[in-house]
Design a protein around this ligand. Structure first.
Ligand code: IPE
Ligand code: IPE
Ligand code: MG
Ligand code: MG
Ligand code: MG
Length: 335
């Protein structure tokens, strides 16, 4: 199991026994992700060492959401992108620079906030996340909303203070755009449109093509934060523009492959392994790859995207080996 504290608010029951399967246990990608967790979680803990002005219940919800046992994929992309371009500031590859660690913490904060809000009754209305009750179930809806708001702001504070001044403004702009109305929030809004019959007005630019529509939703709701993670890792390590471009090409294909796999896990996976309820996308009438293309075609499409993603990493040669392995794993995982 990942060494993550399971903070539970006072007076609340512990979560169910299920939790996402360990990412270690001899799988090279699992071991590498466990190493990322060991580096990043203390940085997340440090960022949550807030003064008494942060109310205890709010802080408990932030700890609950942020330190829960997720895969830490976005921090991994930050650190491995920095490694691919040669993280010159860290004393060794196993010790990333403080800039890369700050960026890794910041993207995980945005991700954790987006999950808390994604699970709210007004959105996907889920009760299980990372093998535990969702934040609004463990606390209450208002606290969950405020927890998301707070994590989002803390992400930008962490990034602004953690990047070298020469690249801090650019880094914050990259993250803000990825998290904003054209990307993560816009994608989430359009994701809901599909299940709520707003599509006729919202499908602008994609006509009646449901695959084009889905790709556009996935690119924004999920892909944008992966691309930002790679860009921030590159930026923290002083990457040049061609390297940032190659990382972005990787991120585009990787992000879509990831979300197709997430859709497939909802269709075919199980709650014990994923740590979240499955079968809910179809129940809600969401537009997903397996519902539109079918399982086999979705799987083939995800595999083709992995090829595309890894081809983009050729300029980095062996330094991008871990990123390449992650891309292959992302479509074969069970959680
Ligand atoms: C789940 O992301 C939410 C989506 C963007 C589909 P992850 O699968 O990375 O979730 P955790 O961080 O491991 O819980
Ligand atoms: C969530 O997508 C995307 C964001 C949180 C931005 P999903 O709704 O598919 O994620 P899960 O399946 O609940 O983790
Ligand atoms: Mg959702
Ligand atoms: Mg959801
Ligand atoms: Mg999903």
């Amino acid at each position: 199991m990942m060494a993550v504290r399971h903070d539970t608010p006072a007076g609340q029951r512990q979560g169910p026994a299920q939790s996402p399967r360990s990412t270690g246990d001899g799988c090279p990608v699992g071991e590498a992700l466990a190493a990322v967790t060991a580096l990043v979680d203390p940085r997340l803990e440090a960022a949550l060492a807030l003064s008494d002005d942060a109310p205890p219940r709010l802080l408990a919800a932030m700890r609950y959401a942020l330190l829960a046992p997720g895969k830490r994929l976005r921090p991994a992309l930050v650190l491995w992108a920095a490694e691919a371009v040669g993280d010159a500031r860290g004393p060794s590859p196993a010790t990333p620079s403080s800039a890369a660690l700050a960026a890794a913490a910041a993207v995980e904060m945005i991700h954790a906030y987006s999950l808390v809000h994604d699970d709210l009754p007004a959105m996907d209305d889920d009760d299980l996340r990372r093998g535990r009750p969702t934040c609004h179930r463990a606390f209450d809806e208002a606290t969950a909303i405020l927890c998301g708001d707070a994590l989002q702001a803390l992400a930008f504070e962490t990034l602004a203070a953690g990047l070298p001044p020469a690249v801090a403004a650019r880094g914050c702009a990259i993250l803000a755009r990825a998290a904003g109305p054209e990307m993560l929030v816009g994608g989430q809004s359009d994701d809901l449109a599909a299940e709520r019959g707003w599509l006729e007005t919202e499908r602008a630019g994609t006509g009646d093509d449901p695959v084009a529509w889905m790709e556009r939703v996935h690119r924004r709701k999920t892909g944008a934060l992966f691309r930002a993670s790679l860009a921030l890792g590159g930026l923290a390590a002083g990457a040049d523009e061609p390297s940032l471009g190659a990382l972005d090409t990787f991120g585009r294909a990787f992000g879509l492959a990831f979300q197709i796999a997430d859709d497939l896990l909802d269709a075919e996976g199980d709650a014990d392994a994923t740590g979240k309820r499955v079968g809910k996308d179809a129940e809600r009438g969401k537009l997903t790859y397996p519902t539109v293309l079918g399982v086999d075609a979705s799987r083939r499409h995800a595999q083709a995207l992995v090829q595309e993603a890894t081809a983009a990493l050729e300029p980095f040669a062996e330094r991008a080996a871990t990123l390449c392995r992650l891309a292959s794993w992302i479509v074969s995982r069970d959680h």
